[in-house]
Design a protein. Structure first.
Length: 219
């Protein structure tokens, strides 16, 4: 088999693989949308999935443990503030600014704004598949402008804990059972920026949590 034939075969295999993956993901999206009871929200999600592109930024070998380490170092930020506010990035951050900064500190570029960030990475619709470093997205956490319905984001640390910049206390750790975010229909889906890491999520009492002396909010 000459090189041209080999190249053609591999190209066809690649295109078929993309088609199959696309069909599987479309089926997963359809299944997910059926679980969204709010008709208006279901329409917004449907339109978002149709037009959004899952952009994969360069990760250059960065690990999710490095992302978690960077995120945890912002725990002294006990004040939430929006971009342009006094002290932004030095003593306070908003949710998407926190995510953007934690990744930027490791050389990974993400845009500002939760809804913009949601177009980056691989879509994760099943909450049971979440891994360290995944980005969580929420709706209806504040009254947003026209066309904006993804209003909050945060970073998964392990199988029960996430970190985010919350309006009630700055950068905080919370359990996945946090009522405000997970039990009132606000949680939407997640995306995975680092997709090439083979990893076992550490238990709650991991070396990182011990290092930082972490206490977790469960409300």
């Amino acid at each position: 088999m000459n090189n041209l034939v080999k190249s053609t075969v591999w190209l066809l295999f690649f295109l078929i693989s993309l088609t199959v993956v696309g069909q599987i993901q479309n089926a997963e999206i359809d299944t997910y949308l059926k679980t969204v009871n709010n008709k208006e929200l279901r329409t917004k999600l449907t339109n978002f999935f149709k037009r959004s592109v899952q952009i994969q930024p360069e990760t250059n070998g960065v690990t999710t443990l490095q992302i978690a380490d960077s995120a945890l170092r912002y725990l002294p930020f006990d004040r939430y503030c929006r971009a342009g506010s006094k002290g932004y990035g030095k003593t306070c951050l908003d949710c998407s600014g926190f995510v953007k900064t934690a990744y930027a500190n490791n050389g990974i570029k993400l845009p500002g704004g939760s809804q913009n960030q949601a177009t980056y990475g691989t879509l994760i619709l099943d909450k049971k598949q979440l891994k360290r470093g995944d980005l969580l997205y929420f709706t209806n956490t504040y009254k947003a402008g026209k066309g904006i319905f993804i209003t909050h984001t945060g970073i998964v640390l392990n199988d029960s804990t996430w970190i985010h910049s919350a309006s009630h206390g700055g950068v905080v750790l919370q359990n996945f059972e946090a009522e405000y975010y997970f039990k009132k229909g606000r949680y939407l889906f997640a995306t995975r920026i680092i997709t090439d890491e083979i990893m076992v999520i550490p238990p709650l009492e991991s070396e990182l949590f011990e290092e930082f002396g972490i206490e977790i909010e469960r409300q």
